[in-house]
Design a protein around this ligand. Structure first.
Ligand code: BGC
Ligand code: NOJ
Length: 828
């Protein structure tokens, strides 16, 4: 394939992706904010902000699937004579003399130049602050004095992003604002039950403002030609109902060569109930004044920005690889870890494909996200595990999703996804291996957030495993429930009503024989993890460490689980093998799914991934055959498809999976999330060449080099799905950013390819590489130690021959943990 048009490039030194053409094949976005206040921002400054929850605390409005795409955001209009332009090109789309957007770690800098005026805006959310800073620098590069008119623009959302889009009979009458100096306050519904408001401030005197959208934009105009900007004057409008906005008007005179900063601040404030007002119906602005005072000069803002950069320096110093291959190093050291932070923060809630109103935090999603994040900020991972476990039911089942603001299980979706419980073990084990903090198992955690129901977290793990054991089908394989990891394999759903969701409609489990080989493999993997955890904890108790659990009980648990795992392995070997690969499932009636006997979808990826990771039937050659089958039937130029051949018609008994046209999403799309499962299977089997070739196909930096136009979505992060070989346009990406792919790519490369695996007693070294791999080093901070690890593969794909720790050879492949700095030499 010939080289495609490029829209940008990586700048590894600054950890930025530099977009040089605003007309990217799709909006290429970034995320601002770390903990409470968040923004999504596209390369033309489109997007929106929210506090904690994109549904219940949406601060600015955004219209998804708009025409043109990605309209609405934080816009600066610069009127220079009769020309009006924006630094990010949109919405006016006035041709610029120069355009550049740099997406970095928690910030975006957009620069435009027109007729010798340069406007550069740095967007970021300072650490610990509930605000988005927009530092606009205007510079006159001409020899003449420039008289500019500057208009800012933000559009308020009426807080609940769902009702904001539907309840107009009410909404058009509720909007309220206050204006004080250079600050525009948005206080809709503050008079009643809300105790929060937002504001938009600029650190200079303004010459006017607008807060009513129709006055500013004009009913028959667009964001591209707002009435006030065209006229070159604000109307000082005061919104009463309709659609409140915030626009400052500033007259700027710049001498030749002069440059001036303007600090705009979009902030969010909460007040205690009895301190809401300073006078009848006048909002208490004390906290807003304070927040503004913290960020009202270039110096203060530059300091806050430097702090943000240091924060990212520290995070990205925890795991650093040097292989000499920039395409690998930049993904491992920068972008993959960055995406993991984003998926940890948002689960699957808010992206340019997830509207923020539909799904909150997913039970399985957030557990998986943990493996990509746990090394970054362990205390936040710890809290997340407790939050997730708190939405579980006493029988081990759980809510499929919960709302980030309330942390309560989401009744709209409910539960019944039978893979969910196992993921709690997956996430918790990753946390303990990273931190050595077994005390988390003693934490008292409620069921379904009900006070009085608290049991230890360990008990939550125990009932999670039991949920599988107590829900086995006729072949002693796990019953699938509503669905397993594949939300769209709805084997008990039987829906013919287009008005109902496949995932929430009746789940006919009574009499169902629908079993899942994906859960079977997942159970074996997490079951082994559970057993190892019981043993590791028992050992610590015997050595005198405190725990509310006791070692006899743990020994009994380990033995009990070993039996269940062994039985599951037997069941898979007996009823889950199709001859060349693992079956995918049995349907409601007990008929095979994912078998050579089927007309379509003869083979699925999920069970190949999980059963090879579980090494089921390895001695009988099942693992190798399954991995070969993935290469033969699933692999294509852009990765491995989910199933093959694609379903060409809707199958009532299978549900949503067959609702997708061929090659998209769960119907034979390349679901990037599950490619790593097979890659890890390859690594465990020691097939480094195959592992690497699968990995590189979905590694963004490799795709970036070849396919910016075809791939469409952001080239610096993974997307959920790339159209598969049966699709109309194979290779086209969708659903960027919020996907389990981030965590799984990280887990795969950091632990299985590069081979640095945190374990209870230290770091296990077990790389699996292509035979072409050269020497490389990994510096890894681990608990209170720093390891500088040099690996010499010597052409081997797998197998550590010798490890030398601080100059002395050690036995085995685990570097025993001890505080301080260590050097490690590994020969393969
Ligand atoms: C999608 C799945 C997704 C699910 C979430 C389905 O329509 O295809 O990928 O997990 O919705 O509810
Ligand atoms: C996306 C969902 O977020 C995830 O939970 C699910 O496992 C996959 N789609 C596959 O259906």
């Amino acid at each position: 394939m010939e080289q495609q048009k490029r829209y940008g490039h990586f700048d590894d030194q600054h950890r930025e992706y530099v977009i040089t053409d605003p007309q990217t094949p799709w909006p290429w976005i970034n995320y601002l904010g770390n903990e409470d206040f968040f923004s999504l921002i596209s390369n033309t400054a489109g997007g929106y902000s929210f506090y904690k929850d994109a549904k219940f605390r949406r601060i600015t409005r955004y219209r998804y699937n708009n025409v043109p795409m990605d309209n609405g955001g934080r816009y600066f209009y610069i009127k220079d004579g009769d020309t009006v332009w924006n630094p990010g090109w949109k919405p006016c789309k006035t041709p610029l003399d120069f355009y550049e957007c740099r997406h970095g770690m928690g910030y975006t800098r957009i620069t435009g130049r027109k007729s010798q005026v340069e406007a550069s805006v740095l967007f970021f959310v300072p650490l610990g602050k509930w605000a988005e800073v927009q530092k606009l620098t205007l510079k006159n590069t001409s020899q003449q004095t420039k008289q500019l008119k500057l208009f800012s623009f933000e559009e308020w959302c009426l807080w609940n992003a769902a009702t904001d889009m539907e309840n107009f009979q009410r909404n058009f009458s509720t909007g309220e604002v206050e204006i004080e100096g250079s600050t525009i306050y948005h206080k809709t519904e503050y008079r009643e039950r809300r105790n929060h408001y937002a504001f938009y401030h600029v650190n200079t005197e303004i010459q006017g403002f607008d807060t009513d959208r129709e006055t500013f934009v004009g009913l028959y105009n667009e964001f591209a030609d707002p009435q006030a900007v065209i006229e070159g004057r604000p109307h000082n409008s005061h919104a009463h109902g309709w659609s409140p906005i915030a626009s400052h008007y500033i007259e700027v005179t710049l001498q030749p060569g002069e440059q001036r900063d303007f600090i705009f601040l979009l902030g969010y404030i909460e007040n205690e109930h009895d301190k809401k007002f300073s006078a009848p119906q006048v909002i208490n602005k004390e906290k807003a004044h304070q927040l503004i005072a913290e960020l009202d000069t270039t110096e203060k803002v530059d300091k806050a920005f430097a702090e943000l950069c240091q924060y990212w320096d520290a995070l990205l110093n925890i795991y650093k690889v040097k292989t000499g291959n920039p395409k690998l190093d930049r993904m491992v050291n920068i972008w993959n870890q960055y995406q993991c932070m984003v998926t940890f923060n948002f689960s699957r809630s808010a992206s340019f494909f997830e509207s923020g109103v539909g799904r909150g935090m997913g039970f399985r999603d957030s557990n998986q996200d943990l493996v990509g994040f746990v090394h970054q900020i362990p205390p936040r991972a710890r809290q997340r595990i407790i939050d997730i476990a708190s939405t579980q039911f006493p029988d081990g089942g759980c809510y499929h999703q919960y709302q980030p603001l309330t942390k309560r299980g989401n009744n709209d979706i409910g539960g019944g996804f039978n893979d969910d419980p196992c993921w709690l073990i997956f996430g918790t084990v990753a946390y303990i291996k990273e931190t050595g903090d077994f005390s988390i198992l003693d934490e008292m955690v409620p069921f379904d957030n009900q006070p009085g129901t608290e049991v230890t977290l360990f008990e939550h793990l125990r009932v999670s495993m039991d949920h599988v054991i107590n829900n086995l089908g006729p072949h002693a394989l796990p019953l699938i429930g509503r669905a397993d990891w594949n939300d769209c394999l709805n084997l008990n759903c039987f829906s013919m009503d287009p008005n109902e969701s496949f995932q929430t409609t009746e789940n006919v489990t009574e009499g169902s024989k629908a079993e899942s080989l994906m859960i079977a493999g997942l159970f074996v993997v997490t079951g082994k993890d559970y057993i190892a955890l019981c043993k590791a904890l028992a050992e610590r108790i015997e050595n005198g460490e405190f725990s509310t659990l006791n070692s006899q009980f743990l020994a009994a648990e380990a033995a009990r689980m070993q039996q269940a795992v062994d039985a599951m392995i037997v069941a898979v070997e007996k009823h889950g093998w199709d001859g060349e690969w693992y079956l995918r499932a049995y349907d409601y009636y007990g008929r095979k799914i994912g078998s050579h006997e089927c007309d379509e979808a003869k083979i699925f990826i999920e069970s190949q991934g999980w059963c090879t990771m579980a090494e089921i039937g390895a001695e009988q050659g099942m693992v190798a055959k399954s991995l070969d089958a993935c290469k033969k039937y699933l692999e294509c130029e852009h990765g491995m498809v989910l199933n093959n051949p694609a379903f060409s018609r809707f199958i009532y008994e299978y549900g949503e999976i067959s609702s997708y046209p061929e090659g998209y999403k769960e119907n034979a799309g390349i679901f990037c999330h599950n490619n790593p499962w097979v890659i890890i299977g390859e690594c465990i089997a020691g097939r480094g060449n195959d592992a690497w070739s699968h990995y590189a196909k979905i590694l963004p930096s490799y795709v970036e080099e070849k396919y910016q136009t075809l791939h469409k979505v952001e080239p610096y992060v993974n997307c959920q799905m790339v159209a598969g070989k049966d699709a109309f346009r194979p290779g086209e990406g969708k659903n960027s950013w919020l996907t389990g792919t981030a965590a799984w790519m990280w887990y795969t490369v950091s632990e299985f390819i590069l081979g640095i695996k945190p374990d209870y007693d230290g770091i296990r070294i077990d790389p699996c590489l292509p035979e072409t791999a050269g020497d490389y080093t990994v510096s890894r901070r681990f608990r209170e130690a720093e390891y500088e690890i040099a690996i010499h593969p010597n052409g081997a794909q797998k197998g550590v021959k010798q490890i030398v720790l601080d100059g002395k050879p050690i036995e085995g492949t685990v570097i025993p943990y001890s505080k301080g700095r260590h050097t490690v030499e590994v020969t393969m």
